[in-house]
Write a protein that binds this ligand. Structure first.
Ligand code: ASP
Length: 413
């Protein structure tokens, strides 16, 4: 069986086993299985996290210096930013549009959530300006602290600086450049080893997720969950593939086949950061994106490009507004979109990160921050699909950017 098939089979078995466990919640069988699944999933996630920071650092350093050497850095940088902005804007329009179309939350009784809301500790105010200040303060920090805390954004920034210095120093830093390249190759080799564990890890993660989810709560918010999930899937299955086809000249089926491993891992882990090592491997080996492009675009996209999260936050803000009976004006909806975009830039690629930055979106138009208490119980489930789209967007952009950068290098050579 190929690795891809093993992963599909493992995902199906995991979900089925999760449902089985859900039927016997208070038994020893449930407890023992959960313990075993917990160990396996911790090993898998732990290994991915172990590789994440060294991989991000080395891939950006190598990516920047190689891109600059081939004279493509400026172009790659601009196309990446343009792609991220375009796809996130489309995601936001879809999120707001579908929430309007289906009138999510309209006519629902907020009373049934009052207990959850009153029990919820109201978080500190998170205005866009404090968010921005925090963002800077968390980014320009001691790199060793950033490495040990797993602060992806700060590592990305530091790596960009080192990459720039390597270019400026030219031959003087040749040995460091070779060292970074070899270190990066070693990291990719380790990723290859971890991939062998992926089927087992995914099985355990999915079984655990389903077994511990309270399906009853999902029912009360089923309409909202369905609309958001449906819209996110539409973005991932129609909008992004269409853009890929037009601008990346790649058949979406080839894309999905090549990225299956990363997409299923994103679904199972709900973390684009944990999935990043696999996204990079899939982009390079299966989609044939050149290592310098994938090495630059994917780590950056993992932190900054989150279509699924942006879509979710915009739709959820509208849902809450409808629930509390507040009609958002057009300007307020624009503010929601803008804040959701900033929030998705700042959200780290970890489970439920979008829920934290969601507070900022709600507060931007005066919606009650406590209302996230309504969404929290279903967030882990919704997070699975939005993380898939987040990861998909990064790999798709790497294909598009690589194509344009390649055509540029052919023209100039
Ligand atoms: N879990 C998402 C990710 O890792 C972030 C979010 O919560 O929206 O991409």
């Amino acid at each position: 069986m190929s690795l891809n098939t093993q992963i599909l089979v493992a995902a199906i078995i995991g979900i089925a086993f999760g449902f089985l466990l859900n039927l016997y919640p208070d038994t020893a069988f449930f407890q023992h299985s959960l313990y075993g699944l917990g160990i396996i999933s911790s090993i898998f996630i732990g290994l991915l996290k172990m590789l994440l920071i060294p991989l991000i650092f080395s891939s950006i350093v190598v990516g920047v210096s190689n891109l600059q050497a081939s004279g493509q850095f400026g172009r790659v940088w601009k196309i990446t930013a343009l792609c991220c902005l375009t796809t996130t804007t489309l995601a936001l329009i879809l999120g707001i549009g579908c929430a309007h179309l289906f009138g999510v939350g309209k006519g629902m009784d907020i009373g049934i959530f009052s207990e959850a809301m009153s029990n919820h500790q109201s978080p500190d105010t998170l205005s866009p300006s404090t968010f921005f200040t925090n963002f800077i303060q968390n980014t320009l920090i001691n790199p060793f602290k950033a490495f040990s805390d797993g602060n992806v954004l700060a590592v990305v920034v530091f790596a960009l600086f080192i990459g720039a210095a390597l270019i400026k120093g030219g031959d003087r830093f040749q040995s460091v450049r070779v060292l970074s390249l070899q270190f990066f190759d070693i990291m990719m080799m380790l990723v290859g080893w971890v991939m062998k564990l992926a089927p087992l890890g995914i099985l355990a993660l999915l079984a655990k997720l389903i077994a511990t989810e309270d399906v009853k709560i999902l029912n009360s918010l089923a309409e909202f969950a369905l609309v958001v999930t449906g819209t996110t899937i539409f973005h991932g299955a129609v909008v992004l593939p269409l853009l890929l086809w037009i601008f990346g000249k790649m058949n979406p089926i080839t894309f999905f086949k090549g990225t299956r491993l990363a997409l299923i891992t994103a679904f199972a882990t709900s973390s684009s950061s944990a999935t990043m090592p696999l996204s990079m491997k899939c982009a390079q080996e299966n989609l044939k994106v050149r290592p310098q492009t994938a090495g630059f675009v994917i780590p950056l996209g993992t932190q900054l490009n989150m279509d699924g999260t942006a879509l979710y936050e915009a739709a959820a803000a509208l849902f809450i507004a409808n629930l509390v009976g507040m009609d958002l004006t057009l300007t307020q909806q624009l503010i929601v979109c803008l804040t959701a975009m900033i929030a998705s830039l700042g959200a780290p690629g970890i489970p439920s990160a979008g829920m934290v930055t969601m507070i900022m979106v709600l507060q931007s138009v005066g919606l009650p921050a406590e209302a996230i208490a309504i969404l929290l119980p279903i967030d882990r489930i919704l997070d699975t699909v939005r993380t898939v789209v987040n990861v998909q967007g990064d790999m798709m952009i790497s294909v598009v950017v690589d194509r344009y950068a390649k055509s540029d290098s052919i023209e100039t050579s």
